[in-house]
Design a protein around this ligand. Structure first.
Ligand code: HEC
Ligand code: HEC
Ligand code: HEC
Ligand code: HEC
Ligand code: HEC
Ligand code: HEC
Ligand code: HEC
Ligand code: HEC
Ligand code: HEC
Ligand code: HEC
Ligand code: HEC
Ligand code: HEC
Ligand code: HEC
Length: 464
């Protein structure tokens, strides 16, 4: 029966200057009775505004503004033309608030609409369904009227932002923190993401930018990259670790995951780690997340399934026993086909030079192959004759890989089961046997040979 007038349906506006208010129903009521009386009472008795059913809806709200609940309508409204029941605001709406409220707690950073006194852009002057008579649920859209456009167009929107709960992170009026934040940025994030509070052990390897704040990598609101990252990995990482770009351009071989989308974080935790260099797992497990199967390189080579290989060959080389693949391999890129850190000839035969074996000699004594006299240097000798010297140290020297398997073996001293022979890639068995006083081999290509450390005789050179 009480049809709302157009005025009542008008959407709230942020600033209201001198609104003229007419109550259609009351005007009719007035016309029927007397211009001076409503329900027999003088019009100055404003209780009637809500008791006669005209503005009942104003006070019928979950959260009421005290002066409205007290029917002190005339604190803010006054008659313009009493006979026509025409009201005006006693002063512009926003200015009324300051009559009774002073926001004493205003801090260093003040929200612009607050500084401009636009209280009504967020608060309803009478009452609403939300705390402090907010026009909308502060956890669902209050701020979005002015701010949403920026975030909604992004693919990944932060949980609390997506539901419009801006006020969990921002003070609506003012704050002592930059950006109106409710707390220091990191503490703010950790209040919900407790799992990212590093433990004491993890603090030892805290990624430096964590000290500057989560927002050096994450957008607190939204972004087009997963996890609201400022850019996707690896680009995000390269913004600070710029030298990688040059490495990728100049290096002969780039480890595929280093360049791949999301690759850096296959191996590194971006936040912190109990392990040095932010490694996600101990080696070799770190490497085995991918090398637990055969992998194919860009140039079509099939790589050994390292996990299976190490399982099937129980005699592991020292550094592998210590779980340190990166003592020999570069995890990112290298000049070497096998991502080796240092020189190591890839062939079966190679002219000798210490510099060509830097990798092995970074841990083993070069004397091993430098001295003709082998006593005290190597077990691989015939009497005093150093058989390492004999095989390796010459123009057509055999490289270590002719006899040794670098990762692991079935046999002692990491002697291989078989060697690749010729360009055909045939594998020839070596059949190495260790003996108390030496060893023997029976390669498929020549008759078996024996070396004895206590017999000062030179055997024939092993010819494949
Ligand atoms: C604290 C100040 C204040 C008090 C008290 C107040 N009003 Fe208002 N009222 C306003 C302002 C400001 C507007 C302007 C519209 C807006 O921005 O919401 C307004 C608008 C109105 C309107 C027209 C717009 C609408 O919401 O439909 C009516 C009708 C109205 N008031 C009735 C009343 C009545 C009846 C009372 C007493 C029960 C009352 N007001 C008490 C400040 C007040
Ligand atoms: C005539 C005095 C008066 C005017 C004018 C006035 N208020 Fe109030 N307001 C009060 C009183 C009284 C209370 C209740 C006491 C309290 O909670 O501090 C109150 C409470 C509030 C509250 C807190 C409500 C809650 O649930 O805690 C808000 C928000 C508020 N007013 C906003 C405004 C805004 C915005 C304006 C301007 C449109 C305004 N007030 C104008 C007197 C006034
Ligand atoms: C951008 C929106 C926004 C504007 C503009 C704004 N407020 Fe608020 N105000 C809020 C929100 C949100 C809360 C509730 C805070 C809470 O619950 O922690 C609030 C709470 C209040 C309260 C009660 C709690 C307190 O902090 O005292 C008062 C009073 C108040 N506002 C008055 C005002 C006045 C006066 C103005 C204009 C000078 C104003 N507000 C402008 C959003 C706003
Ligand atoms: C009436 C429109 C309006 C509403 C509603 C509004 N804001 Fe704002 N807000 C602004 C304006 C205008 C600025 C200043 C923008 C600028 O300086 O470029 C601003 C600035 C901000 C800033 C940046 C402050 C700084 O110093 O860097 C934050 C944060 C902010 N608003 C959060 C909020 C939150 C949270 C809400 C909801 C409680 C909200 N705003 C509601 C208009 C609004
Ligand atoms: C999870 C916490 C969080 C939530 C939720 C959040 N913000 Fe922010 N906001 C921040 C942080 C952190 C900053 C950066 C502050 C700084 O400058 O250091 C920021 C900055 C801002 C700024 C300043 C300009 C800018 O973009 O850097 C505005 C405006 C803003 N927020 C508005 C909003 C609005 C509107 C919402 C709700 C839709 C919202 N924020 C929700 C944390 C949050
Ligand atoms: C009020 C609680 C709250 C605060 C404060 C908060 N977040 Fe969140 N955050 C969430 C929720 C809820 C999700 C959504 C979780 C989900 O989707 O599994 C989320 C998701 C995220 C995600 C994506 C996680 C994923 O698995 O997709 C990131 C990254 C994130 N927040 C970073 C931050 C940063 C940085 C800050 C500080 C600026 C922050 N959060 C502050 C509640 C919060
Ligand atoms: C150096 C950049 C960087 C910093 C600083 C950073 N993050 Fe992250 N964050 C990332 C990356 C990259 C991912 C994606 C990880 C992945 O792909 O596995 C991520 C993922 C997340 C996730 C979702 C997955 C998970 O690990 O739970 C949350 C939540 C998160 N970050 C919150 C934070 C918080 C909170 C802070 C500050 C305390 C922070 N981040 C600081 C880069 C960063
Ligand atoms: C905002 C800049 C920034 C971003 C983005 C960034 N880093 Fe860092 N990172 C640093 C700084 C600063 C250091 C410490 C100085 C140094 O060693 O170069 C560091 C160190 C590291 C370290 C060595 C840690 C140690 O214990 O020595 C690793 C590993 C690392 N970052 C990986 C990453 C990865 C992976 C990403 C991408 C997910 C990334 N970083 C993104 C700035 C950044
Ligand atoms: C296959 C695993 C893997 C990938 C992929 C990877 N890293 Fe690493 N990274 C490591 C390991 C392992 C180390 C530690 C090497 C060592 O010191 O033994 C390391 C070391 C680092 C260091 C410290 C360098 C130094 O010399 O101290 C930085 C910085 C780094 N990585 C950044 C990155 C970035 C950025 C990406 C992506 C572009 C990336 N990593 C991709 C495994 C990886
Ligand atoms: C995220 C998966 C992944 C992880 C983790 C990983 N790799 Fe790889 N690796 C590959 C792929 C794929 C290839 C083959 C493609 C390429 O790089 O040419 C490869 C190739 C290699 C190669 C041969 C490169 C060549 O071109 O001959 C070596 C050596 C290697 N990885 C060592 C390691 C080591 C050591 C680790 C641990 C620090 C490791 N990888 C961790 C995926 C991975
Ligand atoms: C002592 C040095 C050394 C250590 C430690 C080492 N590697 Fe290697 N790796 C090599 C050399 C040398 C090659 C080149 C092939 C060869 O000579 O057998 C190679 C080749 C590879 C290849 C390519 C294999 C193929 O089929 O072409 C992979 C994959 C690999 N290593 C992974 C690992 C992983 C994973 C670890 C740690 C468990 C590791 N390496 C530890 C020296 C090492
Ligand atoms: C990072 C250091 C390191 C590098 C590089 C290294 N080794 Fe080793 N090597 C060791 C350690 C440690 C042992 C174990 C010594 C022990 O058990 O007493 C070992 C043992 C050996 C053994 C077996 C000794 C035995 O009696 O069982 C052979 C053979 C061997 N290395 C060959 C090589 C070759 C060939 C290279 C170059 C491709 C190489 N190593 C590179 C550290 C290294
Ligand atoms: C012609 C085969 C052959 C070649 C080539 C060879 N080795 Fe050996 N190496 C052996 C044999 C056999 C043993 C085991 C001696 C024993 O314990 O009886 C051995 C033992 C070793 C040992 C264990 C310590 C010792 O000397 O007794 C190391 C270390 C070693 N070799 C490193 C190398 C390195 C480095 C290269 C390449 C520069 C290399 N070997 C080349 C056959 C070879």
């Amino acid at each position: 029966m009480h049809k709302k007038t157009i005025l009542h349906d008008r959407p709230f506006r942020t600033t209201v200057v001198m609104t003229t208010v007419v109550c259609a129903l009351c005007s009719i009521a007035q016309a029927q009775v007397s211009p001076q009386l409503i329900d027999g009472k003088p019009i100055t008795e404003v209780n009637s505004c809500i008791t006669n059913g005209c503005h009942g809806s104003l006070v019928n709200q979950r959260v009421m503004h005290q002066p409205v609940a007290d029917s002190k309508c005339l604190e803010c409204h006054e008659y313009a033309v009493a006979e026509e029941h025409l009201f005006v605001l006693s002063k512009p709406g926003n200015q009324q608030c300051a009559d009774c409220h002073t926001l004493t707690h205003l801090d260093r950073v003040i929200h612009k609409p607050v500084a401009d006194g636009e209280c009504l852009s967020c608060h309803d002057p009478h009452g609403s369904d939300h705390t402090t008579m907010l026009r909308k649920d502060p956890a669902k859209g209050l701020c979005l009227d002015c701010h949403m456009d920026d975030y909604s167009e992004h693919e990944y929107i932060h949980g609390p932002v997506a539901v419009g709960a801006c006020v969990v992170c921002h003070e609506p009026h003012s704050s002592s923190f930059k950006g109106l934040l409710t707390d220091r940025p990191n503490r703010l994030c950790l209040s919900c993401h407790e799992e990212l509070e590093p433990t004491l052990m993890e603090k030892r390897h805290l990624h430096k930018p964590m000290e500057d704040g989560c927002i050096s990598c994450h957008n607190p609101h939204a972004s087009d990259s997963e996890f609201q990252l400022n850019a996707s990995v690896p680009n995000l990482c390269l913004e600070c670790h710029g030298w990688f770009e040059e490495l990728f351009e100049t290096a002969e071989v780039v480890h595929a995951p280093a360049k791949d989308q999301g690759g850096c974080t296959e191996c590194h935790n971006p936040h912190f780690s109990v392990l040095p260099k932010l490694q996600k797992k101990l080696q070799p497990d770190l490497c085995m997340t991918c090398h637990d199967k055969e992998l194919v390189t860009k140039d079509g080579r099939t790589l050994t399934n390292m996990k299976a290989f190490l399982e099937n060959n129980p005699n592991h080389h020292g550094p592998i026993r210590e779980g340190a693949c990166t003592l020999c391999h570069h995890p990112h890129a290298s000049e070497d086909q096998n991502l080796l850190l240092q020189a190591y000839p890839p062939e079966f035969y190679a002219p000798f030079g210490v510099e060509r074996y830097e990798l092995c000699f970074s841990c083993h004594q070069p004397d091993l192959v430098m001295d003709e006299a082998g006593s005290g240097l190597t077990q691989f000798r015939q009497g005093d004759l150093n058989l390492h010297w004999l095989h390796v140290n010459k123009e057509k020297g055999r490289t270590c890989r002719a006899c040794h398997e670098v990762h692991a073996s079935q046999r002692p001293a990491h002697i291989r089961e078989s060697v690749p022979f010729g360009s055909s890639g045939w594998m020839l068995d070596i059949n190495f046997e260790a003996r108390t006083n030496g060893g023997s081999c029976a390669p498929a290509c020549h008759k078996s040979k024996v070396y004895l450390r206590s017999v000062p005789e030179v055997t024939e050179e092993l010819q494949p």
